[in-house]
Design a protein around this ligand. Structure first.
Ligand SMILES: [Mg+2]
Length: 267
């Protein structure tokens, strides 16, 4: 009986703690996801290493493209498929604002995208213009929603990216998978290169793949990385986080904290 009472008391305490945490977050204080975001945003904005990694990615892309140009006998038109967010355009000011104001996505996201004021990722502009000048068509494949088409084109144009026109911009459809959009492009073009910050930007084998499988798949594709697949760093968000959360939506912060803590490997 005494044990039962203790269990009930413990349950009340745990439940109260949980409710308090949620209540605090709803009132805009002590938001846990922003605490997790701080180091990632600082890395993108204040680590010169981030810029160096981006330059490294686009230098590798240029080298791979020069190799691709040497290949003879290709009859189909060639293209590059490129993601937008955290690949060509830097959204870290939005993420920083979330921390500063204690808000989270999708709050103020629409306002940020409509401002069309994302700055280009280091090296992106030079590389895509080089590719375009050398005869490669550029297709922008993004999971931004269709309603953001106009400001997205405006932002790409303002930043100086090549060919920011309607039929070269494929936005999110009913699925976040980009495979159907890549297939559509492949009907008329040979995709020489794919560039992104998310493994889903390259091939659908990664789509909703469990965490361990993602590692095995990357191992199996190691020769493509830096060649046909060019990857940019993004510690702020992405499928890598979704995989830790086992692709579950609607998790409480306690559940997310627990999955993140369980994902850590100590020694
Ligand atoms: Mg992206």
């Amino acid at each position: 009986m005494k044990t039962k009472k203790l269990i009930v008391l413990a349950s009340i305490l745990i439940f109260s703690g949980c409710s308090m945490k949620v209540a605090e977050n709803k009132s805009g204080e002590n938001r846990q996801d922003n605490k997790d975001l701080l180091m990632a945003v600082l890395y993108q904005q204040r680590a010169a290493e981030y810029d160096a990694l981006a330059y490294q990615a686009f230098n590798a892309a240029k080298k791979a493209l020069l190799d691709d140009m040497k290949v003879m006998g290709l009859t189909r038109r060639q293209c590059i498929v490129v993601d937008i967010d955290e690949t060509l355009l830097d959204n870290s000011p939005y993420e920083a604002e979330c921390i500063l104001e204690n808000i989270s996505y999708p709050e103020r996201w629409e306002e940020w995208i409509n401002s069309a004021s994302c700055e280009p990722v280091p090296g992106a502009l030079e590389f895509l213009n080089f590719a375009s000048e050398n005869g490669y068509e550029i297709f922008y494949v993004t999971n931004r929603k269709e309603k953001f088409r106009k400001p997205t084109l405006e932002n790409l144009k303002k930043a100086g990216f090549p060919n920011p026109v309607d039929n070269h911009l494929l936005m999110r459809t009913e699925t976040s998978s980009k495979q159907a959009r890549r297939d559509k492009i492949s009907e008329n073009y040979k995709i020489s290169m794919l560039i992104g910050d998310n493994l889903n930007d390259f091939t659908d084998v990664f789509y909703k793949a469990p965490l361990q499988k993602r590692f095995a798949l990357v191992d199996s594709l190691r020769n493509e990385v830096g060649q046909r697949f060019i990857i940019l760093p993004n510690a702020m968000y992405g499928s890598w986080v979704d995989a830790i959360f086992e692709y579950q939506s609607g998790l409480s912060e306690m559940e997310m904290d627990s999955l993140m803590m369980n994902a850590l490997e100590g020694f």
